[in-house]
Design a protein around this ligand. Structure first.
Ligand code: FA5
Length: 336
């Protein structure tokens, strides 16, 4: 009888080993149920003498437990395999989607602004700021353009006060027409020596065209110390030109006029193809401007410069029309 039990065990384990998940429930009935070979053996136990019955009964119980455990093992194996197959089938290859996600980037003017700051910080300047809504005093008066000064007419100013009477006088408010008022704010805020640049947004009632926008950006520079000369100004502009544009570029100063500098100059840069482009204005800080900043012109001297960031961005990337930078045409923007 023990042999019979062993044969039934071996046969059962072989069937379990090769069966799949779906057939396991049925198999459990066939191998361990009332009509199974082992049930038949069990029914025959009664015919044995007590000793043999005990031995065979024990063997039978062990084998039945072994078969039940084998079915459970096989079921767990089948479930793990089914799960692995489902995960494999549902897997998404996300790496393939990545090139389809467009990456944004900084606006051309922001790129130029940040690069300008980097270059000037490298030359020993710190970055200063001033408000976009200014008083008439900071924007004009303190810069040697008192009421009635003809140079005011060159800045088509946008006033903030609703009533024309609010616009008149040194306390009238306006949208700053240039970054030069930051010169005055810097002189009032700190003791010389001063080495600052002040990038920022400025506003003029200019009609948009290929080289003009009503809202644009300038960067102002101011150095105040003892014994500053025009050579310091020319040297700084030249060092900046090479650092920002590259080795093939040089600069020149041309005599000009600004009420807040004396002498004044326009500065141009020479491109590797030999052509010149006007970039901005500069000069030695006017004694009246030093006085408005609380400094004694007998003791302190300085130079200042200011130029258009949008024009620089346009030039660096050979963009034909400054307005292209602001119409948000994705075909244009994504080129940079
Ligand atoms: C000034 O604004 C002076 N504050 C510059 C200055 C500073 C001179 C310190 C001396 C000492 P101007 O109006 O020329 O100057 O403007 C300077 C630059 O701003 C121009 O060279 C040009 O690059 C840019 N710019 C002027 N108007 C516009 C505009 N409507 N759109 C875009 N860029 C402009």
């Amino acid at each position: 009888m023990i042999d019979e039990i062993q044969r039934a065990r071996d046969a059962a384990l072989a069937v379990i080993g090769s069966s799949d998940d779906a057939s396991l429930d049925r198999l459990s009935g066939e191998l361990l149920g009332k009509k199974s070979a082992l049930a038949a053996v069990k029914a025959g136990l009664g015919r044995l003498d007590p000793d043999a019955r005990r031995t065979a009964g024990q063997a039978l119980n062990e084998v039945m437990a072994e078969i039940a455990a084998a079915i459970d093992d096989r079921r767990a194996q089948a479930a793990a395999a089914a799960l692995a197959a489902r995960i494999a089938a549902e897997q998404l290859d996300l790496t393939e989607a990545r090139p389809l996600q467009p990456r944004g980037h900084l606006h051309l003017v922001t790129q130029a602004w940040e690069r300008l700051e980097d270059v000037f910080i490298g030359l020993g300047f710190t970055v200063a700021e001033g408000p976009e809504v200014e008083t008439d005093w900071f924007n004009f008066e303190a810069l040697n353009m008192g009421e009635g000064h003809p140079a005011r007419g060159e800045f088509d100013t946008l006033f903030v006060g609703r009533d024309p009477s609010e616009q008149a006088g040194a306390s009238g408010t306006l949208l700053r027409t240039h970054t030069s008022p930051v010169q005055i704010r810097a002189m009032l805020a700190q003791e010389p020596p001063i080495h600052i640049v002040a990038p920022g947004r400025v506003f003029r009632r200019d009609t948009p065209d290929a080289t003009h926008m009503p809202v644009f950006h300038q960067i102002e520079g101011l150095v105040v110390d003892r014994g500053i000369t025009m050579a310091d100004l020319a040297g700084t502009i030249e060092a900046f030109t090479r650092a920002f544009f590259g080795e093939g570029f040089t600069s020149r100063l041309r005599p000009s006029y600004f009420p807040f500098t004396e002498p004044s100059a326009e500065f141009d840069i020479r491109r590797p193809d030999g052509s010149w482009l006007e970039l901005g204005g500069c000069g030695m800080v006017h004694p009246d401007v030093l006085r408005a900043g609380g400094l004694d012109p007998e003791e302190w001297g300085g130079f200042a410069f200011g130029f258009g960031i949008d024009r620089m961005a346009v030039m660096r990337h050979a963009v034909a029309d400054i307005r292209d930078m602001y119409v948000n045409d994705i075909r244009f923007i994504e080129q940079f």
